[in-house]
Write a protein that binds this ligand. Structure first.
Ligand code: CTP
Length: 396
């Protein structure tokens, strides 16, 4: 189970990545943390106090001198399970390394015995500057946890090392520091991802737009939470994941036989793949000439998840996905959940091709008890952890 009722102080440094901490804050709260946000003065140029107050459901203070009687930073500093500063600027690294206490955040840091987790994000030149690197080395030598920045696109046209990491990586590092990273230890998770391709002839197929990103996010999150993970992957452009057993398939029939083989050995099945509902009834042994391509006769593919649910045992949990467009999407999704006998279902609104190949997603999580939770513009990694949290409650 995710840790409950744990106090975290989330410091926000004055960098453009400050806005990404809004997602981190939400995920921390979803994972059961109580979060007090302390923004630095300069960070308020990027994200205002109101955002932090709304997302943390707590009052936010940024300086030492207003509300002196009510700023409980020393008490807070003492009871925090961790202080996370995301983003940490080069200036904050320098001030913390020097032990300075010239604002509320650095005062809190110096007054707290809690583990300190820093998430530096800045331009590559600033990150690689010898002064910054020396500060990082000094802080590490004192036991401060530094989450290394990602490499990739930065503000404007720049790219390189210094990017704010994905929320899921920060979250799993925090949970690791707090010893809460193994809530899936001993659980076996089976995941399907990607989109099936149904051969028409040796060169053509019927396929779909699924990128596989959501299934891969779930596989990676489950593995980092300690699960033993098998991923049945259909036609994706993504690299294999460390620590995840991957079975590559192409068609719906291949996917069905791989999943049927593995299903009895899993506790949780996450059916994130987009399975073609039908396949050509005859597959050309050689390339079909255009004059014979007027029409393709199709036969229905089996409903893989539905068939698996029929043979599921009581301890097993099954999550499905529904890609819907247009009105009444939720009603159709709820019907799918009940007809297919699923425990949880994520209903994606894919109108206009949104979501496919995107890093973010929106939609509604439904459960078999009739509950639903809307999610809006969250990363696929975040959704992965949320689904795993909900499934874990059901797995017991
Ligand atoms: N699914 C499956 N086998 C199929 C089709 C879908 O296992 N032949 C699974 C999908 O992986 C997903 C869920 O069923 O988890 C819902 O998929 P979706 O394509 O939304 O539903 P369909 O049953 O295909 O309904 P329709 O295409 O008519 O909306």
């Amino acid at each position: 189970m995710p840790p409950r009722n744990r106090e975290i102080i989330l410091g926000i440094g004055g960098g453009i990545a400050a806005y990404k901490s809004a997602d981190l804050l939400r995920r921390l709260r979803d994972s059961g943390f109580l979060v007090t946000v302390i923004p630095t003065r300069s960070s308020l140029n990027f994200v205002g106090k109101a955002t932090w107050e709304a997302l943390s459901s707590r009052e936010v203070h940024e300086d030492l001198w207003s509300n002196v009687h009510s700023v409980p930073h020393i008490a807070l500093a003492k009871k925090a399970a961790a202080i996370v500063i995301a983003p940490t600027t080069a200036d904050l690294l320098a001030r913390i390394a020097q032990g300075r206490a010239d604002d509320l955040l650095t005062n809190t840091v110096i007054a707290s015995p809690a583990p300190l987790i820093l998430v530096p994000a800045m331009h590559p030149e600033m990150w690689l500057n010898p002064a910054t690197q020396a500060n990082v080395a000094l802080l590490k030598s004192r036991g401060v946890h530094i989450i290394e920045p990602d490499t990739g696109r930065l503000t404007g046209e720049d790219s390189g090392v210094g990017r704010f990491p994905e929320t899921a990586r920060i979250l799993s590092s925090i949970q690791e520091v707090l010893g809460a990273s193994s809530d899936y230890a001993g659980k076996r998770v089976l995941i399907s991802a990607g989109g099936t391709r149904e051969a028409i002839d040796p060169v053509r197929y019927i396929g779909n737009n699924s990128s596989g990103k959501q299934g891969y996010s779930i596989a990676s999150a489950a593995a980092s939470r300690g699960a033993s993970v098998t991923l049945v992957s259909a036609n994706v452009q993504l690299p294999d994941l460390d620590g995840v057993r991957i079975i590559h398939v192409k068609s719906a029939m291949e996917m069905q036989s791989a999943l049927t083989e593995e299903f009895a050995n899993c506790d949780l099945l996450v059916m994130a793949a987009a399975v073609a509902d039908a396949r050509p009834s005859v597959v050309g042994e050689v390339k079909i000439g255009k004059e014979d391509l007027q029409r393709i006769e199709l036969i229905r593919n089996p409903d893989i998840v539905h068939e698996l649910v029929r043979v599921k045992s009581a301890h097993q949990v099954v999550i499905g996905f529904a890609a819907e467009t247009g009105a009444n999407a939720i009603d159709r999704a709820r019907k799918k959940l009940s007809v297919k006998g699923l425990d949880l279902l994520f209903c994606n609104d894919v109108s206009g091709g949104a979501i496919f190949n995107s890093e973010i997603t929106s939609g509604t999580i439904l459960d078999s008890a009739g509950n639903h939770w809307d999610v809006m513009d969250i990363s696929k990694d975040t959704l992965a952890d949320q689904l795993l949290d909900l499934a874990l409650n059901k797995l017991g």
